[in-house]
Design a protein around this ligand. Structure first.
Ligand SMILES: [Zn+2]
Length: 367
């Protein structure tokens, strides 16, 4: 300190040669010679950090290894292990450190990118890598994804169980035989049009709402699809009130009566095949989405195929399949997916169970 104090000006002249050393020296000398001034300033100004516009010139050091390889779905090896442990330290990753860039790793990368405000493509290229392995990397925050709406913050209920879960933790079944419980209340609805990144998914109707947890999972899934090159997604329906369901139902009955000349009871019977009675639609839960592609019939599209192969890994189930229509009581709906969480979804896929069968097999008898 005394040396730099005496030779401060000389060191300042040499600053161009060794940026770091000079920076330290400059600071040292300035602090020493200007100490009284600084002290005086400190008394007047709240945070006088005497840093004099240091510009760091970073030149690549040839002795250091080159930038790490780009990592993406399917990558394997030690670089992936490093990635996984870093993501785990930051709270984004909780699965095994196995060196395999699969769905869990992808999910963690996407979350990291979202929460750190960089491009969310699920690929660990230079930008993501540099930020991830720096001190500027932000750890995972519990309330995922930005909430850019001006909506008042919802106060979560104290209960650990969500209303769309049964007491035993399994997904709540809502169907013709088991209507929505009396006094059912939603948990944490968000308005998708403002909450979601609409460059990833188009929300057909601007007031469409759904439960935050399900929407977050949906976005992770659709971003993963986009990383696979499958884009052009649309949400045609999500949360519905019983009042709205009644309008839908009555409108369909009316159409059958007017266009097909059916009696009211025949028209009602026909309507029940495709439209749920008010109180018996899963859409009342806010955890279901009608996922479509704008302007085309969804069945058979590449988006449809991608969901059939992958939705389970993201906690979604195809709710009404052709094979299970006698159990679900609904004709097949290629577009209707319900969020139930990864564990339930994967088991249902593996054991080929629809929700009714799953709950019967694994549920604890309630009441
Ligand atoms: Zn639906």
């Amino acid at each position: 300190m005394s040396r730099s104090g005496r030779n401060g000006k000389t060191f300042f002249g040499l600053a161009v040669l060794t940026v770091l050393l000079a920076a330290a020296a400059v600071l040292g000398s300035r602090v020493a010679s200007l100490a009284p001034v600084v002290r005086e300033e400190m008394e007047r100004t709240p945070t006088p950090t005497p840093v004099y516009g240091l510009v760091m010139v970073v030149t690549p050091d040839p002795s250091l290894p080159t930038a790490p390889p780009t990592l993406r779905s399917g990558s394997v090896g030690d670089a992936v292990k490093n990635l996984q442990s870093r993501l785990r330290n930051l709270g984004y990753y909780s699965a095994e450190i196995d060196g395999q860039f699969g769905a869990s790793t992808l999910e963690a990368v996407l979350l990291f990118q979202t929460q750190n405000g960089i491009q969310t493509d699920g690929i660990v290229g230079p930008e993501t890598s540099e930020l991830l392995f720096s001190t500027a990397a932000r750890p995972m925050t519990a309330t995922a994804t930005p909430a850019p709406t001006a909506e008042p913050t919802v106060t979560p209920r104290p209960a650990s169980r969500k209303p769309y879960e049964r007491e035993d933790g399994l997904p709540l079944v809502v169907n013709r035989k088991q209507p929505l419980p009396d006094g059912y209340q939603t948990y944490d609805l968000v308005t998708m049009n403002t909450y979601c990144d609409t460059s990833v998914v188009k929300i057909k109707y601007k007031n469409t709402q759904a439960e935050r947890e399900a929407v977050d999972a949906l976005m992770v899934m659709l971003r993963a699809a986009a990383a696979d090159g499958i884009t052009n997604w649309q949400i045609s329906a999500a949360y519905r009130t019983t009042k709205y369901q009644k309008q839908l139902f009555d409108r369909q009955v009316q159409t059958y009566m007017e266009k097909n000349g059916m009696s009211k009871s025949k028209a009602t019977e026909a309507t029940r095949k495709t439209v749920a009675d008010p109180g018996t639609s899963e859409h009342h839960l806010g955890t279901c989405f009608d996922i479509t592609v704008p302007g085309v019939s969804f069945k058979g599209t590449k988006q449809h195929k991608w969901l059939l192969d992958n939705c389970w890994d993201y906690g979604f189930i195809l709710r009404y399949s052709e094979e299970k229509k006698n159990i679900t009581g609904f004709l097949a709906e290629a577009w209707h997916y319900r969020y139930v969480g990864v564990e339930h979804a994967k088991t249902m896929q593996r054991e080929d169970l629809c929700l009714e069968e799953y709950v019967q097999r694994y549920g604890v008898d309630i009441e």
